[in-house]
Write a protein that binds this ligand. Structure first.
Ligand SMILES: [Zn+2]
Ligand SMILES: [Zn+2]
Length: 411
């Protein structure tokens, strides 16, 4: 049997999580996944009692550890916010509804799972891992958006420098981390102590539009929970990840949104990380943290690393070309047209130049080819503000970064 190529988004949120669209339920996620071309979609928020009932009622169990609805396979997924002396978010994937129910029982004794689809618990990470792995060895715990400042394993405001510091003896049971939107694998490859962890990429979407803005591509003999876990752990059958350009992420650079400061780590270091406007500490971004822990130069790829492909959401590209907002009718119409033409959004990024030029006008085709070749620039994201795409060299303001921070290795 030929292996099946499948795109998986392992971390999203439901309408039961704060600041999430009311469309984010099983029905909506299934619809959105098909538009994007996602074959295995995270349920998100299975710890929420009301949503867990919806999951149990709607999803069809075919005995694979994945569950089907509307032609899309679902994987049982949730994110927990742990607040103790540290603050970290972890993605949790469960191998079956039975185990998910046991997780909910165990965690429900330790805090309120009803208040938020992403519950907050006061359990240190090692104990959290003990609780979960005592239920099943097949559970996956994946530190979420591993570098973001406020709530992550390596965050400048919240975290530690190693997985061992975060998880103690349980570090041996952690085999993957989520790179998050503001970092890509190339940045993570600079930190050699992370070589042993697989790098997964997920959308963390709070709306259907954002599903699959980052995702994982697997080639599996059979799509099952065990096969996905195995592909992540061994990297066999883990083909690549789709990545946000890290500059687009909300915490790539250092800065203060309210003070209008958006600095590279170099600039920020020159000022000792202090904002010249309000004199308070800047929000130290992901690039800075990676640079602090890096022991390799940018561009070196460790052996066995899974490759990645950088993409820009289709509506962002079209919005830029048309000069109209991402939510406008004109942008939606062209997005929908291309998705119908190619079958789904990922298929647009898998198409070759000839196919793209046949499908759309010259300006959008040129822009898509630029994205595919990486020939674009950004005003980097900082302090919670998304980065801004610069398509045209002439528009590039002072401070717009090149695609890759080639000098990072010298930092
Ligand atoms: Zn999170
Ligand atoms: Zn400031």
């Amino acid at each position: 049997m030929f292996p099946m190529r499948i795109v998986a988004d392992l971390h999203v949120h439901s309408k039961y999580a704060r600041a999430t669209s009311t469309d984010n339920d099983i029905n909506g996620l299934s619809r959105g996944a098909k538009i994007k071309g996602i074959g295995v979609m995270a349920t998100g928020d299975f710890t929420h009692p009301v949503y867990f009932n919806e999951i149990k009622t709607l999803l069809k169990d075919d005995g694979t550890g994945l569950y089907e609805y509307g032609g899309v396979r679902f994987i049982l997924s949730t994110e927990i916010s742990l607040i103790y002396q540290k603050r970290m978010h972890h993605v949790v994937l469960a191998p079956s509804l039975e185990v998910a129910a046991q997780i909910n029982d165990a965690l429900g004794k330790r805090g309120n799972l009803k208040s938020d689809g992403r519950p907050i618990l006061g359990i240190p990470s090692p104990e959290f891992a003990d609780i979960l792995f005592s239920l099943s060895d097949d559970i996956m715990i994946i530190p979420a958006h591993a570098w973001t400042p406020w709530f992550s394993v390596f965050g400048s405001k919240s975290g530690v420098d190693t997985i061992e510091e975060a998880f103690g003896d349980r570090a041996k049971d952690i085999f993957a981390i989520e790179t998050g939107l503001s970092s890509d694998p190339a940045m993570n490859w600079m930190v050699s102590r992370l070589d042993k962890y697989s790098l997964v990429s997920n959308s963390d979407a709070h709306s259907l539009d954002n599903l699959g803005r980052e995702a994982n591509v697997f080639e599996l003999q059979e799509p099952t929970y065990a096969a996905i876990r195995d592909a992540i752990k061994t990297r066999k059958g883990f083909v690549k990840t789709y990545e946000f350009y890290p500059e687009e992420g909300k915490y790539h650079y250092d800065g203060h949104r309210a003070c209008g400061i958006n600095w590279s780590p170099w600039e920020s270091k020159k000022h000792n990380g202090i904002c010249p406007v309000c004199r308070r500490e800047l929000t130290i971004g992901v690039l800075h943290r990676v640079a602090d822990l890096a022991d390799r130069k940018m561009g070196e790829k460790p052996p066995g690393a899974v490759p990645f492909q950088s993409i820009v959401p289709l509506r962002t590209v079209i919005s830029k070309v048309l000069g109209k907002g991402e939510k406008t009718g004109a942008v939606r119409t062209e997005c929908d047209r291309l998705v119908r033409y190619f079958g789904n959004e990922f298929a647009v990024f898998e198409a070759n130049e000839e196919q793209i030029r046949l499908a759309t006008g010259v300006d959008i085709a040129n822009a898509l080819m630029k994205v595919k070749s990486g020939n674009i620039r950004w005003i980097p994201g900082h302090d919670g503000v998304f980065g801004e795409l610069i398509m045209d060299e002439k528009e590039a303001p002072k401070g717009a970064s090149d695609k890759k921070q080639t000098s990072l290795g010298d930092f």
